[in-house]
Structure formats: C-alpha cells, structure tokens
Write a protein that binds this ligand. Structure first.
Ligand SMILES: Cc1ncc(COP(=O)(O)O)c(C=O)c1O
Length: 441
C-alpha cells in the first residue's frame, strides 16, 4: 500500500502530456497501484479502470505471466540491438503476430509506440511504390477526426484540429476523407451505424482531384477511437477497400486501439472481414506494460524490398529499441495470455451485455448520443453553451473522484474496459457513471 512518503512533494517539473497541467497540479490524480480491473489512487481510493489504462491493458493489470516473463528476460538478455544483429524473441514475436493477422500479412516491423508505427507505415508505403517503379505516388490520404499519434506524419494524416493547428504546415501532399459522424441519422446506433456507406465515395473525389496514380496510401482507423469513438457505417470499410484496390493504393488500418481483441478478434480487419495492406498496432501488443508497436505488412510489400545486392540494407529505417528484448518478452507473454485465457472470445461473448450496459445510459441528463462496438462504448454529452469540453472534463473529474477512470475527448466519454471484466465490473462502471450524470450540472 502506498503511503504519503512515497508520493512526490514537488509536481513542478513533469510536463504532463495531453493534460491541463495547472489544474492537475492544483488537484492531482495520482495512481500508485493496480491489480486486475482496479487502480488505487494516492488517497487510497479504488478506481475501476473502464479504459484499460489508455486502451492498452487488455489482459488487466499486473498479470503474473507478463510480470514473470519481463523479470526473466531482464535477467537473461536486457538489451540487444536489432540492427545487423538480433535476438530470438524478436523473430518469435513477429511470427506470433503474423499468425494472428489476416492471411497474407506475413511480415512485422517493430516500433516502440503507435505513433512510430504510423510513421513507419507511411514511410514504407512511399518506399514500396518507389521500389515498384511508381515513385510518383507521393500523396497520403487520412480522414477528418482521425487520430494517428502525435508525430509529424501522424498529425498530417490525422484529422483532430487541436493536434494539428499550432504545429506549422505539416507534411505536404496530404488530403483527408470526410469523417463518418452523422448523429442526425445515426444517433444511439448499436454497433455499426446503418447510414454512411456512401461517405466512402469521398475517396473517389480525392482520387479524381489529384489523380489516383499520385496516391501512395490511405490510412484510417477501422473504429476511430481518440476522436470519441466513431464506428464505421455498414459497408463503408468494404467500399474504401474496393476503391484502393481499383487504383493500387495501399490501405493502412491503424489498429492501435482495435488490435488485440477489442472487437473480439485479433484485429478489426478480421472482425469486419476487410483486409488492408498494412496494420499498425501497439498498446495491447504488450498489454501496455512495456512500450511497443509494430507494422504488419503483406508479403507482397515485404518482397518488393527484397531485391538488389544481398549485403545492402533494403529499408533505411528503424529505432534503437525496435524489437527490444524485454518488450518482445512482454509481447510473447501477453499474446500467450490472450490465447490461454481466451480473452478475444471473452470480449466477443461479453459484447451484447456491454452494449446493453452502455445504452442503458440513454435518457440521462445531457446525453445526446451513445455509440458502441465490441468492448468499446462512448457517451456524447451536450456541450455547455460557449464552453466546449467543459462538461466532459467535469464528468471525467467527478467520475475519478467517485472511483471510475474514463477517457474524455471534448464532451465525449469513451470506455474500453480490460477484456477480463466480469459482468459485475461492467455494472459497477455503469453504476458510477450513471450517478455522475445524474448529479451533474
Ligand atoms: C489509432 C491510434 N493510432 C496511433 C496512436 C498513437 O499511439 P502512441 O500513443 O502509442 O504513440 C493511438 C493512440 O491512442 C491511436 O489510438
């Protein structure tokens, strides 16, 4: 149990990411322990984790298999480069990821985060076309409201205004599809919304505008998470795939959130039965315990690089910690946990119950939409007049004080509980949330 003496007495130096620093430092929310579905705060409050940390702790906190694997790895081989030399677990983990991925997606490039996975995928897309003699394919297409991490490539193809607007001109040659949020047609949809397939035709517009032969890749999140959970309309992903195939444009699914069981399958690509050319992943790959991400690519993409003299590097790209041995050990133990404990199947069988839980909040004060897919749920709240984001933030703070951790994006509250959650945990999450909404302003 944490005591007062374990807590920092000076909060000034840490520049806290994606957080209102001054508010936080006046009334900090410090987590000091975790186990299973719960955090413990520095004040001793038990906080139920409805967001799997940041959508990553799919197997719950402090999983003994993962802890043990990490401890063993550190004492065996603490660090090894993967440039010019390598270590066995990087290959083992890549093979396991390949086995989980859709057929034909056979090679894995390791990174340390989702943001790096996105940068790597975008670079691979450009270099792939060049390797195939199509160096004129220099354009990248993202989508409004998309989130692809925080590096320059990711914010360029991303479509969240606050993440872009103060950071200069970003990458050139980028265009964006329209987002798919149509609350006037789809509010309170359960699972995939019925309306909006036709929004995929926006890709035809972009192709016509620039010439499809200039476009290297389209990157989208199958379910847009960070913008506040936008579930793809029925038929939308299929149509995007068709258009990409028609013009030889690579399709990248950013599965940093949807990967590793969130929708009841290893990847959303399998859940929706739509196969991209690349999948970016991170988070659930190591249960969030050690930072790691990856790009899964088709054999065709990998093979396009495997030409030229064999002593020459085929792709001038990589990170000091690509395939870090401790991260690989964490990844292997995590994937083994998902398999042994049947967590993907569990997510699938729990989805209808979770859907009912989330939609039971309809009709509570200020609730203007509810969305869900797999073990993801979101509640959109009416913004306070002239103060967008304020109500969402107040709900987040109040929920935390009442023992519930949620994610907040503007006035949207998102939840994605660890896949170990029992029905009683889901009831507890919704019970606290209901109380917060009922007591809110
Ligand atoms: C879809 C998506 N892509 C990329 C990222 C960035 O991942 P990271 O924060 O590990 O860099 C995130 C993070 O939430 C994400 O949701």
């Amino acid at each position: 149990m944490a005591t007062e003496t374990t807590l920092p007495n000076d909060l000034s130096s840490f520049w806290i990411p994606f957080t209102p620093n001054r508010q936080f430092k006046k009334s900090p929310r410090l987590l000091v322990e975790a186990e299973g579905m719960y955090y413990t705060s520095s004040t001793g409050t038990k906080v139920i984790d409805s967001s799997a940390g940041l959508w990553c702790v799919n197997a719950g906190h402090k999983n003994p298999r993962i802890i043990e694997a990490i401890q063993r790895q550190v004492s065996e081989l603490d660090y090894s480069p993967t440039f010019q030399v390598a270590h066995p677990k990087a290959f083992e983990l890549a093979n396991k990821v390949r086995d989980l991925a859709p057929d034909g997606m056979e090679n894995v490039f390791f990174t340390n985060s989702g943001s790096e996975a996105v940068e790597s995928a975008l670079k691979i897309a450009l270099a792939y076309h060049r390797a195939k003699g199509e160096g004129q394919r220099i354009r990248l297409v993202g989508r409004e409201r998309g989130y692809h991490g925080v590096n320059f490539g990711g914010i360029s193809v991303g479509g969240i205004v606050n993440n872009r607007k103060v950071f200069g001109s970003l990458l050139t040659g980028v265009d964006h599809l329209r987002h798919t949020h149509q609350p006037e047609l789809n509010a309170f949809s359960k699972g995939q919304p019925e309306h909006g397939k036709e929004l995929a035709e926006d890709l035809e517009r972009i192709c016509a505008l620039h010439g499809p032969e200039t476009i290297a890749a389209v990157i989208i999140e199958p379910v847009a998470g960070s913008t506040g959970v936008l579930v793809p309309p029925v038929g939308y992903l299929e149509r995007i795939r068709e258009i990409c195939t028609k013009y030889d444009i690579l399709l990248i699914f950013d599965e940093v959130i949807t990967g590793y069981g969130r929708l009841g399958e290893a990847f959303a690509a399998i859940h929706y039965d739509v196969k991209p050319d690349m999948i970016t992943c991170a988070k659930g790959l190591t249960n969030g315990v050690i930072p790691m991400g990856g790009v899964v690519v088709t054999k065709d993409i990998y093979d396009a690089f495997m030409t030229g003299p064999e002593h020459l590097i085929e792709l001038f790209h990589g990170y000091t910690y690509s395939g870090n041995p401790v991260a690989c050990a964490a990844g292997l133990a995590t994937l083994e946990t998902y398999r042994e404990d049947g967590l993907f199947e569990r997510a699938k069988s729990m989805t209808p119950y979770w859907e009912d839980c989330v939609h039971s909040l309809k009709g509570l004060p200020n609730v203007i939409d509810i969305r869900n897919e797999g073990m993801i749920g979101a509640v959109e709240l009416e913004p306070m007049p002239g103060e967008p984001g304020r109500r969402g933030f107040e709900v987040f703070v109040d929920a935390f004080e009442k023992g519930l951790l949620v994610r907040v994006t503007g006035d949207i509250i998102a939840m994605s509980p660890p896949l170990i959650a029992e029905k009683t945990h889901l009831d507890e999450i919704i019970g606290i949330f209901e109380k917060v909404l009922n007591e809110g302003k």
